[in-house]
Design a protein around this ligand. Structure first.
Ligand code: ARG
Length: 458
């Protein structure tokens, strides 16, 4: 008989019972459920609502169950609908009447909200740690490869030479913003619903500030209806995960491209590659692809919860039981993917010579040649046209800009001096971009400092 079985004459059948249950998903937050119950019982005793000896028996009984769940010896009963009933049922079986007093002034509605909020806070903290480890790797890879020049792209066409470190640091900043999104999600979860009871509060003189303090929440939620029916902090978590997965998918897409024969910019470590069952030569970037692919399921988790929440009337509805699996999945997926990405980046070989060679191709110096003319007084728009014509000339003659003779340059404009071709070295071009946030060596060195400080701060 369920703990709520008093008003029922018959139970649901096994399949229906299983359909309605959330125990399997809830198991992940068993310790949070117990922590919530211990805080509730302590507060009840302090308020004189239950006796001290009852509270002590409850506390010891719950500690016992907590230990059993942690060491795997707890006897789960498939007939328990959820973690709340599993724990309370076991407690009452173990300690008798005091256990039956635990649920005074409480409902599973505020209980489940408490569990999820405690659990969400932990998920966020764990993800923040993973995010920091990954960002550290971007900094290390950037520092180790300082000076490596690669082609920068727009439209996936060669645009201008950039430092590979600059490219790595671009990701560092994306993940720094992801970190602030995780902090925001954790802060959103950091409020105590306990004491809201079913929906309306309770007639017992509960001290909600006390359970807030005991459970380490920032504050008590001011409205009982909101407390039991709100799940938007989980949307914040899933959104934070989604954006971070999107960033990972962009990184992984680049790793897939860079490790291809066409690019050859990086060589992945064997430990982050797989072979083919038929083609002996293959070395595939499976883990980058899988990370890219897993972005989809995390977006799906976000969409699923948004859709579940849509149009739900206040306050608690059983629909809300569906809100737990998605965030758990999103957080686990992001956590795993960040770890994989960090390992992949740390162990890959950067083929500096290939990158530099490619940085020369595709007229990546064209902007600088136009700037050269503009700095000598030619209006930039005109310089742009002159260099465009030079590029066309090069294409017709199968040359690069750096292959042109001084005379060929001068045929386009007499503002060109001898030795212009020597200025077209990609390293020099990158080096010259010294504005704040630019790809010049000095600017990137300063950026690296700023990034280290940012990581130290958060
Ligand atoms: N298993 C439920 C959930 O996960 C707990 C709350 C159930 N409350 C209720 N009134 N049915 O949301």
């Amino acid at each position: 008989m369920a703990l709520w079985g008093g008003r029922f004459e018959k139970g649901v059948d096994a399949f229906t019972q299983e359909f309605g249950a959330s125990l399997e998903v809830d198991k992940a937050m068993a310790q949070q459920d117990i922590a919530g119950s211990r805080a509730h019982a302590k507060m009840l005793a302090e308020q004189g609502i239950i006796s001290e000896p009852d509270q002590q028996a409850i506390d010891a009984g719950l500690a016992d169950i907590s230990g059993q769940i942690a060491n795997g010896s707890f006897a789960w009963d498939v007939n328990d609908e959820d973690i709340h009933m599993a724990v309370e049922g076991a407690l009452t079986r173990n300690i008798g009447t005091p256990g039956a007093r635990l649920h005074t002034g409480r409902s599973r509605n505020d209980q489940v909200a408490t569990d999820i909020r405690l659990y969400a806070k932990e998920l966020c903290s764990h993800l923040m740690e993973g995010n920091r480890s990954l960002r550290r790797v971007f900094l290390d890879v950037a520092e180790k490869n300082m000076g490596v020049v690669m082609p920068g792209y727009t439209h996936l066409q060669h645009a201008q030479p950039v430092l590979f470190s600059h490219h790595m640091l671009a990701y560092f900043w994306m993940f720094t913003r992801d970190y602030t999104r995780l902090v925001a999600a954790r802060d959103a979860a950091d409020a105590n619903p306990l004491g809201a009871a079913a929906l309306a509060g309770t007639t017992y003189p509960l001290d909600r500030q006390r359970t807030t303090e005991l459970l380490g929440f920032d504050h008590a939620i001011p409205n009982s209806l909101d407390a039991v029916s709100d799940r938007d902090y989980l949307l914040d978590l899933e959104y934070a995960c989604s954006v971070s997965m999107m960033h990972l998918s962009r990184l992984c897409e680049e790793i897939v491209l860079w490790s291809s024969t066409e690019f050859g910019f990086v060589t992945l470590s064997d430990s982050y590659s797989t072979g083919s069952s038929i083609m002996p030569q293959k070395k595939n970037p499976d883990f980058a692809e899988l990370t890219r692919g897993k972005c989809g399921r995390v977006y799906g988790d976000l969409m699923a919860l948004l859709t579940t929440m849509k149009s739900l009337p206040l306050a608690y509805n059983k629909d809300l039981q569906e809100c737990k699996e998605g965030p758990m999945d999103a957080a686990k997926t992001l956590s795993d993917c960040m770890e994989i990405a960090a390992g992949m980046l740390e162990t890959m070989t950067v083929n500096a010579d290939v990158m530099l060679d490619q940085a020369r191709r595709g007229f990546t110096a064209a902007t600088d040649v136009a700037d050269y003319l503009a700095k000598k007084g030619m209006p930039f728009r005109e310089a742009h046209r002159v260099v465009g014509e030079l590029v066309l000339y090069c294409e017709k003659h199968g040359k690069g800009l750096e292959d042109l003779t001084a005379d060929e340059f001068r045929a386009a404009s007499d503002l060109f001096d001898d030795g212009i071709a020597a200025d077209l070295d990609p390293e020099g071009i990158a080096r010259a971009r010294t504005t704040y946030g630019g790809t010049g060596h000095s600017a990137v060195a300063a950026q690296l400092e700023e990034a280290r400080a940012a990581l130290a701060a958060a």
